[in-house]
Design a protein around this ligand. Structure first.
Ligand SMILES: Cc1ncc(COP(=O)(O)O)c(C=O)c1O
Length: 385
C-alpha cells in the first residue's frame, strides 16, 4: 500500500460489532480467559494486551501507521513530544555518556540537554548545524547519540542527513532526527540513514491543535530497549489521544500538501514585499540549503520565517495588527499562527545567544494553515503595512 492508503487503511482489527470506524479502547487493563493465559502473557510466551501502560489497541494503531509512514520497524508513543525526547535519552544512555547535538534545537530539548541530563552525568556538545567536520570532531569515545532537527525550529535550518549519517556510521553513534516540521509525508529520515526518528505529534500529526503526543520510531532492537524503560517508568500515551492522532493521520498527506502549497505561495509574496528584509522557506531557491531541502523534502512544509524591517518593536507591532492569524504557542494547525520568538520564547536569551541559533530581533515565524491562501495573504499584508 502507498503512504496515502496506509494512513487511512491501517486499522485495529474489527470487533464482533463490525464497526467501520475504529472504536475507543478506554480501558486501563485487559481480561484473561484463564490462569494459564494470564501466566503465558506475563511470561511473554504469547502476545497480547495486559495493561494500558504497556500497550493498547488505539496506541498500537497509531504506532503501526507511523512505522509504515516512517519506514521503521517499531515504535513507542508518549504523552508529548518532550516525553519522547526524554524517553529516548533516558532509555539509551547511562551516566558518563555523551551526546552531540546541533545547536539549533527546540527550547525544551535545549534545557533537557544543558540543565537536566548533566544531573545524571550525561553531557553534550553543540555544533553549528552545518559544520559537518565539527560534528565528527565533537564525537568522543563516550558519545552514543547524535541529535538533530531538520528543518529546525524556528530557524528552518536544513541539515544533510545522509552526510551526517555517514559520519555516525563510521563512528558507531546513533543518529536521531526530530522530524516534527516535515512529517513522514514530506521527509523520511530513515531513508537518509537516521537510526531513530522522533515526533512531537502535537504539531502536524494532530494538525488541529487538540492534543499533545509524541512518538519514537526505530528498529525492533532499539525500540525494545526503549520499551523496557518506558513500560516500567510510565511515559505512555492515553488511548483517547492516540485515537485522535490516528484519525488525524488519515488526512495528513492531504493536509501537508495544502500547508506546503499555501506556505510556498506566502513565502514568494513576502520575498517581494518592501517591509520584509529576507524570507526563509525550504523550497525557496534563496534558502541557503535549498539543494539539500530539495533532496530530502518532497515539499517545503508549512512554516515560513521572515525578518521584518524595524527589529523587535516592528515584530511586536506586526503581531498586534494581525486580524485572522492566531497568536498562540503551537504550530502545524489548520489555523494560521504567528509568533515573534525574540519577544516571547527566546526573550530570556541575549541578542548574541539568539543570533547563534538564527533568531534575529525582527524574526517572525508563520505556521501557515489551511485557510484560503488569499485570506492568509490579506492578513499578513495589512499587518506589514
Ligand atoms: C521541533 C520540536 N520538537 C519537540 C517539541 C516538543 O513537543 P511537545 O510540545 O509535544 O512536548 C516541539 C514543540 O514545539 C518542537 O517544535
Amino acid at each position: 500500500m502507498r503512504p496515502e492508503t496506509q494512513a487511512i487503511r491501517l486499522q485495529t482489527e474489527r470487533s464482533q460489532y463490525k464497526e467501520h470506524s475504529v472504536p475507543l479502547f478506554l480501558t486501563s487493563s485487559y481480561a484473561f480467559d484463564d490462569a494459564e493465559e494470564m501466566r503465558a502473557l506475563f511470561a511473554e510466551e504469547i502476545e497480547g494486551n495486559i495493561y494500558s501502560r504497556y500497550s493498547n489497541p488505539n496506541v498500537q494503531e497509531l504506532i503501526d501507521k507511523m512505522c509504515a509512514l516512517e519506514k521503521s520497524e517499531d515504535g513507542w508513543a508518549t504523552a508529548s513530544g518532550m516525553a519522547a525526547v526524554y524517553t529516548v535519552f533516558a532509555s539509551l544512555l547511562s551516566a558518563g555518556d555523551h551526546i552531540v547535538s546541533c545547536r539549533s534545537v527546540f527550547g525544551s530539548t535545549h534545557r533537557l540537554l544543558t540543565e537536566f541530563l548533566p544531573k545524571w552525568n550525561i553531557t553534550s556538545t553543540y555544533v553549528d548545524f552545518d559544520q559537518y567536520e565539527l560534528y565528527e570532531n565533537a564525537i568522543q569515545e563516550n558519545t552514543k547519540l547524535l541529535y538533530i532537527e531538520t528543518p529546525s525550529n524556528p530557524g528552518l535550518d536544513i541539515i544533510d542527513m545522509e552526510r551526517l549519517s555517514n559520519i555516525c556510521k563510521k563512528k558507531n553513534v546513533l543518529l536521531i532526527v526530530d522530524n516534527c516540521f516535515a512529517t513522514p509525508i514530506l521527509q523520511q529520515p530513515v531513508l537518509f540513514g537516521a537510526d531513530i526518528v522522533i515526533h512531537s505529534a502535537t504539531k502536524y500529526i494532530d494538525g488541529q491543535g487538540r492534543t499533545l503526543g509524541g512518538i519514537i520510531l526505530s528498529t525492533k532492537e532499539i525500540i525494545s530497549t526503549v520499551k523496557g524503560f518506558a513500560k516500567q517508568t510510565g511515559p505512555c500515551l492515553s488511548p483517547f489521544n492516540a485515537w485522535i492522532l490516528s484519525k488525524s493521520i488519515e488526512l495528513l498527506p492531504l493536509r501537508m500538501e495544502k500547508h506546503s502549497s499555501n506556505a510556498l505561495d506566502i513565502a514568494k509574496r513576502l520575498e517581494v514585499n518592501g517591509h520584509v528584509k529576507w524570507v526563509k522557506y525550504p523550497h525557496l531557491e534563496s534558502h541557503p540549503q535549498y539543494e539539500i531541502a530539495k533532496k530530502q523534502m518532497k515539499l517545503g512544509g508549512g512554516i515560513v520565517t521572515f525578518e521584518i524591517e524595524g527589529g523587535l518593536e516592528a515584530g511586536r507591532a506586526f503581531l498586534d495588527k494581525l486580524q485572522m492569524f492566531s497568536l498562540t504557542a503551537n504550530l502545524g494547525d489548520t489555523r494560521s499562527i504567528a509568533t515573534h520568538p525574540a519577544s516571547t520564547t527566546h526573550s530570556k536569551l541575549t541578542p548574541e545567544q539568539r543570533a547563534e541559533v538564527g533568531i534575529s530581533d525582527g524574526l517572525i515565524r508563520l505556521s501557515i494553515g489551511l485557510e484560503h491562501v488569499e485570506d492568509i495573504w490579506e492578513d499578513v499584508e495589512q499587518a506589514l503595512s
